[in-house]
Design a protein around this ligand. Structure first.
Ligand code: GLN
Length: 444
């Protein structure tokens, strides 16, 4: 399919499902390589030179980056064709892609338009499910934003180890948690794109200088004798019964191929990861968002009054409610007098959580659990959720994100025709094992 035809189809899909924030009208192919003939959509928060990049927020309207993120550079060099920026919760704040910037679009689930695509990389997951052309989406996760929407839309999604993929050119949500990853219909495509985007980048001081395996080879390896830990607490209260049964069947498939599955307990992570994540994420977000003051990027207003007056005017007008909520809570958690009680305590708990996982990975090659406790909810259900109930949706995904561990979701079945995802979590830099096991997980 040629570029024109692909864009025509992407536009049709966008009209119906609102997957994109921006479509590239005249996509160019810059190189030739393993991505030749593959269309690449990109979450709005990853910058693409010359293409309006807003991280889903009104405050960045008309911001046209002058450079490419490292992942985009690498993709272009391999012949990938950038087709557009996908819809997301502003700055990644959300689990349903409903916290979009004022006046922007909420993507609709490809299986039921009354339901969410998940978030925050909702548009990426939706277009990945619907695209009929060769396509891979570049997404981002801070606390679950790749695997949540991928599972709700029935596609494969990978969030790599923190530092495995360069964050240069990613608009920060929370620097110590942000990761760029990918979604695709098949694990073969995930293996391909990860080999391209992973690796050291001197422009990102947190990027890891470690060799990148050939993941396309990893997925072919058998799993006989591999040890997989089934996270006990993830199968407890609050989990939809059909999701639970489906993931248990997926586990049986792995066992039938010779993997040894055993129950494992992560008491600390299960109890504290959610609170710990939201405190750290919001504290970091509140400082990151300070740079959006209407002077350097995006939205601008007539300069009047003192800096504080101008700053408040722009930010009150262009940030959405969820962004404001997070700035306020995050600032509170960092304030003198509260810092020790909240932020620093959360940092200590985070270290304990990492230790809990590390201990478990001495014994297991990977951990397994449902990706989300429920199928994609209806918008009418989401409207009724309190912010707290909203955050609780991330109960299963925040753990690996806090610990910087790679995780992957594989579509493993359906409930009422809506997709269910099974999640595998690996030790740091064990993306190869996740793909090896993940390749055997898919329902036939
Ligand atoms: N739902 C989580 C949050 O709102 C995760 C978002 C993300 O990973 N970007 O923080």
């Amino acid at each position: 399919m040629n570029a024109k035809e692909i864009i025509k189809q992407a536009k049709e899909l966008d009209k119906e499902y609102l997957f994109f924030n921006k479509i590239v009208e005249d996509p160019k192919v810059y190189g030739e390589g393993t991505l030749s003939g593959t269309a690449i959509s990109v979450k709005d928060c990853v910058v693409v030179k010359g293409v309006e990049s807003r991280a889903g927020s009104k405050i960045l309207e008309n911001y046209i980056p002058l450079f490419d993120a490292t992942v985009i550079e690498k993709i272009k060099a391999e012949g990938g064709m950038i087709i557009g920026k996908t819809a997301q919760d502003a700055f990644g704040f959300g689990s349903f892609a409903t916290n979009v910037g004022i006046g922007m679009k909420v993507p609709l689930n490809p299986f039921d338009k009354e339901r969410s695509c998940g978030g925050s990389s909702g548009g990426s997951a939706g277009i990945t499910q619907k695209a009929t052309f060769n396509h891979i989406s570049i997404a981002e996760s801070t606390g679950g934003s790749i695997v949540c929407p991928a599972s709700f839309c029935g596609v494969v999604g990978i969030c790599p180890t923190y530092g495995r993929v360069s964050r240069y050119g990613l608009m920060d949500y929370a620097n110590s948690l942000d990761k760029i990853g990918a979604m695709a219909k098949t694990i073969e495509e995930i293996a391909l794109i990860m080999r391209i985007i992973a690796g050291h980048d001197p422009r990102d001081s947190t990027s890891l200088d470690k060799p990148v395996p050939n993941y396309s080879e990893s997925i072919k390896k058998p799993i006989k004798g591999m040890k997989i830990g089934m996270i006990k607490e993830a199968f407890g209260e609050g989990l939809d019964k059909e999701v639970k049964d489906n993931v248990k069947q997926a586990i049986k498939r792995l066992e039938s191929q010779g993997a040894k599955v055993e129950e494992v307990s992560l008491p600390l992570t299960s109890k504290y990861a959610l609170e710990c994540y939201y405190l750290i994420a919001m504290a970091e977000a509140s400082t990151n968002l300070a740079k959006y003051c209407g002077m350097r990027y995006g939205a601008e207003e007539k300069v009047e009054g003192s800096f504080n007056e101008y700053f408040s005017k722009v930010r009150s007008q262009y940030f959405n409610a969820e962004s404001k909520r997070r700035i306020i809570i995050g600032t509170f958690a960092r304030m003198a007098g509260y810092r020790d009680a909240y932020y620093l305590k959360a940092m200590k708990v985070r270290t304990k959580i990492i230790e809990e996982y590390k201990k478990v990975f001495k014994k297991f090659d990977a951990l397994i659990c449902p990706t989300m406790p429920v199928i994609a909810p209806k918008f009418t259900e989401i409207e009724k959720l309190t912010p707290m109930q909203n955050y609780m949706m991330d109960i299963l995904t925040v753990g690996p994100n806090l610990a910087g561990l790679p995780h992957i979701t594989i579509p493993s079945g359906t409930k009422d025709k809506m997709p269910i995802g099974t999640m595998l979590i690996g030790d740091h830099l064990a993306e190869d094992k996740l793909m090896q096991i993940g390749a055997k997980l898919k329902a036939n």
